[in-house]
Design a protein around this ligand. Structure first.
Ligand SMILES: NC(=O)c1ccc[n+]([C@@H]2O[C@H](COP(=O)([O-])OP(=O)(O)OC[C@H]3O[C@@H](n4cnc5c(N)ncnc54)[C@H](OP(=O)(O)O)[C@@H]3O)[C@@H](O)[C@H]2O)c1
Length: 176
């Protein structure tokens, strides 16, 4: 990616799914620092320590699967996985404000300075999601969302593992 940048093939380079450990290993060896780390991030997986670390290093965080990735493949969906868009706290805040649960989830990221990449193939939802940028949650609403952190990965990484491959779920995420 450094070579691609130097050749003018791209203007920005970044990484994805990097833990703090992998990021620091990279920073020790790279010539050009990544500008961004794209990771799963939503109220059930807030990644506070990684976010703090990236911010200290001047590396932007982008949140993927911000709406809970409902259409992820069935093979990677645990039967008891929570449905973020139906979470009672998120739905209650949406009902109180007269907006949608998706907008609450997206506004929360925008207000924290975290860019987010909701996916939709539905034009009305694309408009709805873009409009979330104008919603300002109150400190109390943000605190209610911040109390939901449970370290739950919805995209748990199992589909990146293969027989004989170098990774286990533990080494993939550098889980304790
Ligand atoms: N770097 C990585 O390893 C990684 C891993 C996973 C995902 N990603 C990327 O992250 C992006 C988003 O993640 P994701 O697709 O996993 O999940 P997501 O954006 O959290 O959820 C997408 C699902 O939410 C629905 N949706 C979108 N807007 C909605 C709204 N306003 N109300 C209700 N439902 C809504 C979509 O349905 P419709 O499309 O039918 O409207 C789709 O089923 C994608 O670009 C993906 O490629 C990156």
């Amino acid at each position: 990616m450094e070579a691609a940048l130097e050749a003018g093939l791209t203007r920005h380079i970044g990484v994805s799914n990097f833990s703090s450990r992998k990021l620091h290993d990279l920073l020790d060896h790279c010539r050009i620092r990544p500008e961004v780390n794209q990771v799963e991030l939503h109220p059930l997986l807030q990644q506070v320590s990684l976010w703090t670390d990236c911010t200290a290093e001047g590396i932007h965080i982008t949140a993927y699967s911000p709406l809970g990735s409902l259409d992820r493949p069935a093979v990677v969906k645990a039967p008891d996985a929570p449905v973020l868009l139906e979470h009672p706290v998120i739905c209650a805040i949406a009902a109180e404000r007269g907006c949608t649960p998706a907008q609450v989830l997206l506004a929360w990221h925008v207000q924290r300075g975290i860019s987010t990449i909701p996916k939709s193939v539905t034009p009305a939802r694309l408009r709805e999601n873009l409009a979330a940028a104008a919603i300002e949650l109150s400190p109390d609403e943000r605190a209610r969302i911040e109390a939901l952190d449970q370290n739950i990965r919805l995209v748990d990484g199992s589909f990146w593992l293969m027989d004989g491959g170098p990774w286990t779920l533990q080494t993939l995420w550098d889980a304790p």
